[in-house]
Design a protein around this ligand. Sequence first.
Ligand code: DAT
Ligand code: MG
Length: 166
Amino acid sequence: MDVQQTLVLIKPDGLLKSLTGNILSVLSETKLKIVGAKILSVKKELAKEHYKELKGEPFFDELIKYIQGEYHTNRVLALVYEGENAIKSVRHIVGSTNPEKADPVSIRGRYGRITQKGVFENAIHASENEKEAEREIKLWFKPEELTSISYPTESKEIEKHELVWK
Ligand code: DAT
Ligand code: MG
């Protein structure tokens, strides 16, 4: 087995329902370590890029609204977990995509629901495989935001305006 990193998102329904602690407790059973964490409000561009493979699905527009927080709160907690077999371990404990079909003691089985519009409000996202984990970690985090870097980096001069403390 090899050491992997995987992206976890606690989605807006999870945050609104104050499930952060409960979800992190379940995830801690995996014995993996957190190497990145931040709370953010998801811009449309990031939402669409994250779910780009689902573009064309009938639920796509609702999914984008959901992850952007239109139905709950505009916050997502993004985390990177690292350790042996991290991707499968987290997916296992997260449970199936459809919260009603998920193992009742999995995170989605416990905390997920399906809305009247048919959106799976399943509280959490976890990368599906190594390729997706790499794509998603690079999409959500900068190298400097992680305490352990597992993909190649380069130094680049970036000129930009940013909000600073006055
Ligand atoms: P997963 O999140 O388990 O990797 P996915 O990548 O296929 O599943 O889909 C991403 C999200 O889209 C999923 O967490 C909830 C939503 N979704 C997927 N299939 C759906 C469906 N048939 N109806 C409603 N929402 C769906
Ligand atoms: Mg997926």
